[in-house]
Design a protein around this ligand. Structure first.
Ligand code: GDP
Ligand code: GDP
Length: 439
């Protein structure tokens, strides 16, 4: 079961991303060379007491310059309503009730989704009095919060959590084979690629015994190995009309990523590494999913120059420098080229992600890394590293005992990860290192 989805909607500047960040407990921001992409994740998994849900910041989407503001907000609201299990409708006490609030309320009322109205920027007592004016919107009793000052967030969540319910314990993934999600901008060739991968000669298994699967997913056997393509319905479904399409497909794709082991990020060979690709990559990275960059429509690139591949690889690597080890492969879905390579690569990444490293080898690798580069002292205190243990696969997760996790500097964390990847042969995989105190 996918986690419930909670979307924050509202006019610009009411504090949507502030609230998102407040709830999302962000990890490091992703930085790319593409302007306008330092901000933002669109989605985050939030754990609150016994509930877990996916939170969406609808304000974090790329604006469409050709849209007037009203249409843009409307598209976001519509997409959120389509996909979300609950909506947090955010308004701003500084501005009071403005016409667009009433308009949004009207759109929301028609759709009858579970809804929580939150009045933001209620930073002090005086503002509490003004917040009452939002009762005239006539939705629900407004919750007063200050996203910025961290006030009222518990009250807000007290309204959210009972509606979406308690999440079941994280279920152990049944060993039903590798699952792949296929993401990318519209028209890069995702549907063609799905069809080409499935190809006629391969048997599509309607059901793998002992597993229940989402009806939207396509399980099949590839060279006798079970594979699931996640939410192919979302890919093959014909485009809906209107502005919300792009938002809608991004949202849907991200949920598919969350259910998969590896995301195939498909790009058009004639238009590499766009801002939206960077957004998607950032989210995939934050989820510790495997990733393969697929440069499709490779048949469109003139092949006289044998250096074309190298140039494409360099362009992508330069723009996505936070992910230097994501493998890049080339396909032509229409010509049926590069598919074997792609699938082999996927199995290779999957193999890495599900590998367990023997304890002795792991400790050797750690000693080796420490030997070459001891952790630098911070503020006169030095980090001491005890032992290392692999506690999980998919993603490979390692517990590192240290004297004080606060002393682990970002750059040392990265050094260790890179060294472990190199020594242990995790060529294409993001490792998760968890530092725990008290040796
Ligand atoms: P968005 O456009 O809805 O995503 O709004 P932002 O999160 O970017 O916030 C818009 C502005 O409101 C920023 O300057 C925030 O610092 C400010 N803001 C957000 N939450 C609060 C709050 O609780 N109190 C006050 N006083 N300002 C806030
Ligand atoms: P999607 O929106 O990402 O699912 O893209 P589609 O699979 O619908 O493909 C969009 C367009 O690109 C279609 O006209 C396809 O025929 C074309 N296309 C897809 N893959 C290739 C390819 O490898 N080479 C070429 N030349 N065109 C392709």
């Amino acid at each position: 079961m996918p986690l419930p989805l909670v979307a924050i909607v509202g006019r610009p500047n009411v504090g949507k991303s502030t609230l998102f960040n407040r709830l999302a407990n962000r990890r490091d921001a992703i930085v790319t060379d593409i302007p306008g992409t330092t901000r933002d994740r669109l989605l985050a998994e939030v754990a609150w007491n016994d509930s877990r849900f996916i939170l969406v910041d609808t304000g974090g989407l790329e604006p469409y310059p050709q849209d007037v503001l009203r249409d843009q907000v409307k598209a976001q609201v519509e997409a959120a309503v389509d996909q979300a299990d609950l909506i947090i409708f955010l308004v701003d006490v500084e501005d009071g009730v403005v016409p667009m609030d009433l308009e949004i309320a009207g759109w929301l009322r028609q759709r009858q989704k579970p809804l929580v109205l939150a009045v933001n920027k209620v930073d002090n007592q005086k503002r509490r009095a003004s917040a009452a004016e939002f009762e005239q919107i006539g939705l629900s009793e407004p919750v007063q919060i200050s996203a910025y000052h961290n006030l009222g967030i518990y009250d807000l969540m007290d309204q959210v959590v009972p509606t979406i319910g308690v999440s079941p314990e994280e279920t152990e993934d049944a060993p039903e084979g590798m699952s792949l999600s296929i993401v990318g901008r519209p028209n890069v060739g995702k549907s063609m690629l799905v069809n080409a991968i499935l190809g006629e000669e391969r048997a599509i298994v309607s059901e793998i015994p002992g597993t229940t699967r989402d009806a939207l997913d396509t399980p099949f056997l590839y060279e006798d190995k079970p594979v699931v393509l996640v939410d192919t319905a979302g890919i093959r479904r014909p485009g809906r009309i209107g502005r919300s399409i792009e938002f809608y497909s991004v949202l849907r794709a991200m949920r598919a990523v969350q259910r998969s082991d590896i995301a195939l990020l498909v790009m058009d060979a004639t238009e590499l590494a766009t801002a939206q690709d960077a957004h998607i990559l950032g989210d995939v990275w934050d989820e510790y999913k495997g990733i393969i960059v697929v440069v499709n429509k490779w048949d469109l690139v003139p092949k006289e120059d044998p250096g074309e591949r190298e140039i494409a690889v360099q362009t992508i690597r330069q723009r996505f420098h936070f992910m230097p080890y994501a493998p890049i492969t080339f396909t032509s879905a229409t010509m049926g080229q590069g598919l074997g390579e792609l699938m082999d690569l996927a199995f290779e990444v999957y193999g890495e992600r599900t590998r367990r490293v023997p304890a002795s080898r792991l400790n050797h690798a750690l000693m080796d890394a420490l030997g070459d580069h001891m952790p630098p002292a911070r503020k006169g205190k030095s980090l001491r590293i005890g032992d290392i243990r692999q506690v999980d696969i998919n993603p490979p997760t390692f517990l590192v005992k240290v004297n004080n996790p606060k002393l682990v500097h970002f750059s040392y964390h990265r050094y260790l990860e890179n060294r472990l990847r190199a020594t242990l042969g995790f060529t294409h995989t993001h490792l998760r290192l968890v530092f725990k105190g008290r040796m």
